[in-house]
Design a protein around this ligand. Structure first.
Ligand code: PLP
Length: 386
């Protein structure tokens, strides 16, 4: 018999839809993939070369559980520069993906009797892992009217003396929303007053198109309460290399290290050598990818707004459009499944990111302009123009 805890784990629609789309492809259909959240660019050549070198040099064994010292040095320096803050290598823990670190953070800080506030719609692992930890997931609604930021009063109304952790994700998956300084200040002030920690998932920080990235760690009162989670998957097109890191208050470092020891021993060693090159080497691939994504975003949003029943605001960040489909009169799940079956366009139902995502679909624009054009055409053929 499965333990109740294990029953709480939920899947991720991106992987489910990808599998269904691939089955259609195996049966001869051509599918436009707007479901999966990974850059369509290959990992830059100089990073691949660094991994090949690391393999040749024999870096194929276990490494220190907290992460290679040279990688932790590079992370402390570069992650600090990006955020205008200073971090020491001792505050860095490297793990097999940002996802692993989310799991560590939630389980280290919350359990039965506790509450964890998380964004709805939001990255599915949050709700799933909170429930798995035994804590109560408390969804924080994000609404289109405010560019998918949260309402500060509504947020304060959700905070209780059981709140142990608040999860923020900006730029956000799935809405592309970006939080503003006043939002961060409201959370920081509440954290001090109610003594909770903040998990800031900053995996999309480079994908900010209209305003500079801001981290809650730079709000002074937040100080020691913030756990920053970031990684290499999105910025350097390294989703398969499984590498993420946390910037932690010193009191949490040992515990995160112990999660690594017990779960993974360490992150993949040659991936870590390549990651040093990713951080210290040329950054032009990042700059050009972000510029390309910005163009795609504008193209996709315009295209979506030309389809009958669909409206879409311009997301400030990440690489997703979260389109309002209420006027089609079709539910999110049904529209997503019809778009795949009838038009060969794979998108995700907004409801798969939480109840507040009903009435929306998520489209990833981490794919070529040509594919986006074809996706829009196919959707317009199914739903009509206007
Ligand atoms: N956090 C968010 C908000 C994401 O969208 C993703 C991936 O889609 C992750 C974390 C996971 O990143 P990683 O590949 O480093 O595990």
């Amino acid at each position: 018999m499965l333990h109740e805890r294990a029953r709480q784990l939920a899947g991720e629609s991106a992987f489910d839809v990808l599998r269904r789309a691939q089955e259609l492809e195996a049966a001869g259909r051509e599918v436009i993939h707007l479901e999966i959240g990974q850059p369509d660019f290959p990992t830059p050549a100089h990073i691949r070369a660094a991994a090949a070198r690391a393999l040749e040099e024999g870096h194929t064994g276990y490494g220190p559980s907290q992460g290679l010292p040279e990688l932790r040095d590079a992370i402390a320096e570069k992650a600090g520069e990006l955020r205008g803050l200073s971090f020491s290598p001792e505050e860095v823990v490297v793990a097999p993906g940002a996802k692993a670190l989310l799991f560590y953070a939630i389980n280290a800080l919350a359990g039965p009797g506790d509450e964890v506030i998380y964004p709805d719609p939001g990255f599915p692992a949050y709700q799933s892992v909170i429930a798995h930890s035994g804590a109560t997931p408390v969804p924080l609604p994000l609404r289109e009217e405010t560019g998918f930021r949260f309402d500060a009063d509504e947020f304060l109304g959700l905070v209780s003396d059981r709140t142990r952790l608040v999860i923020l994700n900006s730029p956000q998956n799935p809405t592309g929303g970006v939080l503003e300084r006043e939002d961060l200040r409201a959370v920081a002030a509440a954290a001090v007053e109610n003594d909770f920690r903040i998990l800031s998932d900053e995996i999309y920080l480079h994908f900010c198109y209209d305003s500079p990235f801001e981290t809650i760690a730079s709000v002074e009162e937040a100080g020691e309460r913030v756990i920053i989670i970031d990684g290499f998957s999105k910025t350097y097109s390294m989703t398969g290399w499984r590498l993420g890191y946390a910037l932690l208050p010193p009191s949490l470092v040992k515990t995160f290290d112990l999660y690594n020891v017990n779960i993974a021993s360490c992150a993949c060693t040659f991936s870590q050598h390549a990651a040093v090159e990713a951080l210290r080497g040329p950054q032009d691939s990042v700059t050009s990818m972000v510029a390309e994504f910005r163009e795609r975003r504008d193209y996709l949003v315009e295209g979506l707004n030309s389809i009958r029943g669909i409206s879409c605001g311009t997301p400030g960040g990440a690489f997703y459009a979260f389109a309002n489909i209420t006027k089609t009169g079709i539910s999110s799940a049904e529209l997503a499944s019809r778009l795949l079956a009838e038009a060969g366009v794979a998108v995700l139902s907004g409801a798969s990111f939480g109840p507040c995502g009903e009435g929306y679909i998520r489209l990833s624009y981490a794919t070529s302009m040509e594919k986006l054009r074809s996706g829009i055409e196919r959707m317009a053929n199914l739903l009509g123009k206007g």
